[in-house]
Write a protein that binds this ligand. Structure first.
Ligand code: AMP
Ligand code: MG
Length: 420
């Protein structure tokens, strides 16, 4: 059942020269398994980590029946059709219960979160009653059990709160704290080594010579990796020199779970990179039917997963978001990463497009005076125009079969804000 990279070529629809986006994702997915190592961390330190074990609750949450309102707790059976006037025998504050039992004809003043007194089963909010010295008049027509939060209503003792594979975010961290859980087992951090390739690249702090450019991909990739909470290992810029590239790949695959490079996977350059990768492992070079980001390499270098991203700065980001992000989440232990939120919006710009590939245009989603959201492109969609990624808050995703898009047409929009 398990595929090896070399057997992919036997798939009838496997075409490395025109690989649909979804197919590439599916192929990559087939080779991913979560990291093995587990460590125990204080809940406070688990943000962005993935649970390696089911979390079971040792308590009911809430622990007691309690009031959802400031008001009065009473026995529903006491109310006739016209209501009743009851004697107020005490107060139940949150964290300071009323010791007395509410007997027939009695009510207890109760605050939000206050434990329900013994005997009482219903709460009425204070705005609905008439209070006098020592008594409260409650109108008829109240529902039995109203405004009462039942013990275990949120989480039951012994129940699975989160299964293994849960990504920890602020709400999950708060939930564990609400259960009194101090430590949990999470997968160890994924180690991701990355470097840029290219003779033309210069690092920050050095002057630019003729024809040289600053290496930006290493910084973008580092930032995207940081957001995912992996251990990002920067191996610098590697010249287009077979000996240096071989050394970099050897070093990277020895220390990391994942190796990411940018540049050097387009035709021509790919040839000697390919040769080196063939020596160290099994790597596939694909021309993805997409724009930007056509060339992409994926494979294994010894035990490490390898992603060779295109060099153009926008292409590197788009391929990271479309392929690498999800793969890293799976390797981090999330079995089914949530897809990037995608929905329809009217596109105010006309877009020229050739059918046969998926385009990820950079878009600006904004809300009009009428409250409706619409999207427009950022303008120049050149794959070297990194400012288009900065101006964008979404990708406009135009599927394979789509051609030119007239202004006003509905398009798929993939939200960039807030994704990992
Ligand atoms: P390549 O994929 O190596 O053929 O590179 C494609 C284009 O992206 C070329 O114009 C490169 O100069 C540019 N490029 C490659 N790597 C980087 C990088 N790390 N930062 C900025 N631009 C790059
Ligand atoms: Mg290059």
């Amino acid at each position: 059942m398990t595929k090896t990279l070399s057997t992919l070529a036997q798939d009838s629809d496997y075409d490395p020269n025109s690989m649909p986006v979804a197919k590439a994702r599916e192929y990559i997915r087939a080779f991913l398994a979560p990291v093995r190592g587990v460590e125990r961390l204080h809940v406070r330190d688990t943000q962005g980590r993935v649970l390696a074990e089911d979390v079971i609750s040792a308590i009911d949450v809430p622990a007691h029946d309690n009031s959802a309102m400031d008001g009065y707790a009473f026995r529903h059976a006491d109310l006739g059709e016209a209501g009743a006037t009851l004697a107020v025998i005490g107060t139940s504050f949150a964290g300071r219960p009323c010791e007395a039992e509410a007997r027939a004809g009695q009510a207890v003043r109760i605050m939000t979160g206050g434990v329900m007194p013994v005997g009482a089963d219903t709460v009425i909010m204070q705005e609905r009653v008439t209070a006098a010295a020592g008594t409260v008049s409650i109108p008829g027509g109240q529902q039995k059990g109203q405004n009462v939060r039942l013990a275990g209503g949120d989480i039951r003792k012994g129940g699975v709160v989160f299964p293994a594979g849960q990504l920890m975010r602020p709400a999950e961290i708060g939930m564990l704290a609400s259960l009194g859980i101090g430590e949990v087992g999470v997968y160890r951090r994924l180690r991701v080594a990355f470097f840029s390739t290219g003779d033309e690249l210069v690092g920050i702090g050095q002057p630019l010579g003729p024809g040289q450019i600053y290496d930006s991909n290493r910084y973008t990739i580092h930032a995207m990796l940081e957001r995912l909470g992996v251990d990002a290992i920067d191996l610098g810029v590697v010249r287009d020199d077979p000996a240096l590239i071989r050394r970099a790949f050897t070093e990277a695959s020895a220390i990391a779970d994942v190796v990411i490079t940018s540049g050097g996977v387009s035709v021509g350059e790919a040839d000697f990179v390919k040769q080196i990768l063939d020596e160290l492992g099994e790597v596939l070079f694909w021309k993805i039917a997409m724009r930007p980001g056509r060339p992409l390499a994926y494979g294994k270098l010894r035990q490490a997963h390898f992603f060779g991203l295109p060099g153009n700065p926008v292409s590197a980001m788009v391929t990271f978001y479309q392929f690498v992000r999800e793969a890293l989440l799976v390797l981090m232990g999330v079995p089914h990463p949530a897809p990037i939120p995608t929905f329809k919006a009217a596109c105010t710009s006309a877009i020229r497009k050739t059918p046969g590939r998926t385009e990820f245009q950079r878009g600006i989603l904004s809300q009009g005076d009428d409250g409706r959201w619409s999207v427009r492109t950022t303008g120049d969609q050149g794959s070297q125009v990194l400012s288009s990624m900065s101006a964008a808050n979404c990708f406009i995703v135009l599927p394979d079969d789509q051609g030119n898009t007239p202004p006003g047409a509905e398009v798929d929009v993939q939200l960039l804000e807030g994704i990992l």
